[in-house]
Ligand binder design. Structure first.
Ligand code: ACO
Length: 332
């Protein structure tokens, strides 16, 4: 019997129409284009319409991926959605996307791993495919970060953007195989990046809203430090497991939080900047959606990319790396 594989069959992405530039932000908070550009590399980001939810964006990306896959949507056996900005606490955003796609009776669930969510979700999907439990899985990473951003806090509001990306992942079709991975979390760091109120720990009240505790809070420099270390270690781990050297990687797809984090990781790994994929300048940090939109960007470029190394970190902290490799490529 042939060994079962997990492959990227097709991808899709969606970005909302509204562009929010650094100049626009200068009129909202005490900041400057120069500060944002030099500290983060971000020039602009997309913002969803007020009445547009995470599943509204996710379903568009999903429909684009399904169309490209050539599959009929009824061949999808499961839906996994990576998000920290779900439409509601429950039901899952995956169930909303299922409903909008008109699908029934398949398992649908969300994964909460913040910016590492797309890697966690692709790896989860791959396990179902490799065991033969399912044949085709829709993996979506979608975020409406604007809904959990404090637009009066200049330290965080300049960083985030909205968007969605999706992949149809298949057991037997598609040329890009989901290969070696490394996943990790460090729960000691739950305090440095979170939304303090609105959950069971501190339920929403007039007081929590007044104190703006339902928005993202971050100790930026701590996150920065951990991000560089954990992303580098995750990528190195996957290279080691795969028997590959950094020179064997055609494209590094890092989480797009900040150009300085990306540059520091690339330097430590020893990969030249022309091999590093970037969309942070035009999309900001879209949490889990950064990697999904990025992967669609790379695969749509039609370049002969044989090996992509994805690497990310996010609130939790969570971190991880994943190798995508053209089928038939030998390691080392
Ligand atoms: N415009 C102008 N000045 C600002 C702004 C702003 N938007 N924000 C902060 N400042 C000021 C601060 O008040 C401070 O002023 P002070 O020196 O008078 O006190 C000064 O700029 C420096 O602030 P720092 O916080 O030290 O700036 P730093 O160089 O650390 O950059 C940044 C901040 C960009 C947030 C950086 O720490 C960073 O990128 N951290 C990582 C964040 C990240 O990656 N988050 C992603 C995870 S998101 C997720 O998982 C959902």
């Amino acid at each position: 019997m042939n060994k079962k594989t997990a492959r990227i069959l097709a991808t899709g992405a969606y970005l909302p129409d509204k562009v929010l530039t650094n100049k626009d932000l200068e009129n909202m908070v005490d900041t400057s284009d120069d500060w944002i550009t030099t500290r983060t590399g971000i020039k602009e980001r997309r913002i969803a319409a007020e009445d547009q939810s995470t599943s509204d964006m996710g379903v568009i990306a999903a429909e684009r991926a399904i169309k490209k896959s050539g599959l009929d949507k009824t061949n999808i056996d499961a839906i996994i959605v990576a998000t920290i900005t779900p439409d509601m606490f429950f039901p899952s955003t995956a169930c909303f996307i299922q409903r909008k796609l008109g699908l029934t009776h398949i398992p649908c669930f969300d994964i909460s791993a913040a910016c590492t969510g797309y890697i966690f979700s692709l790896v989860t999907a791959a396990q179902f495919l490799k065991t033969g439990a399912f044949k085709n899985i829709l993996v979506v990473a979608a975020e409406k970060m604007s809904a959990i951003t404090d637009w009066e806090d200049r330290a965080t509001c300049v960083l985030f953007g909205d968007g969605a990306g999706a992949a149809v992942v298949s057991e037997e079709k598609g040329s890009m195989e989901i290969g070696q991975f490394f996943l990790g979390s460090d729960g000691r760091c739950t305090d440095i990046l979170n939304i303090p109120a609105g959950g069971s720990f501190c339920p929403a009240s007039e007081e929590t809203v007044k104190k703006r505790l339902h928005f993202t809070k971050m100790t930026g420099q701590d996150v920065f430090k951990h991000a560089v270390r954990y992303m580098t270690e995750s990528a190195e781990n996957v290279l080691k497991k795969s028997g590959l050297k950094i020179e064997d990687i055609d494209c590094l797809l890092p989480h797009q939080a900040n150009i300085r984090i990306i540059t520091a990781v690339a330097k430590r790994l020893g990969i030249p900047e022309e091999k590093v994929y970037l969309n942070v300048h035009e999309c900001g940090n879209m949490s889990a959606a950064s990697s999904s939109v990025g992967l669609d960007g790379i695969l749509s470029q039609q370049k002969d990319v044989k090996r992509i190394l994805m690497v990310a970190f996010g609130a939790g902290l969570t971190y991880g790396a994943l190798l995508l490799q053209k089928l038939g490529e030998k390691n080392g």
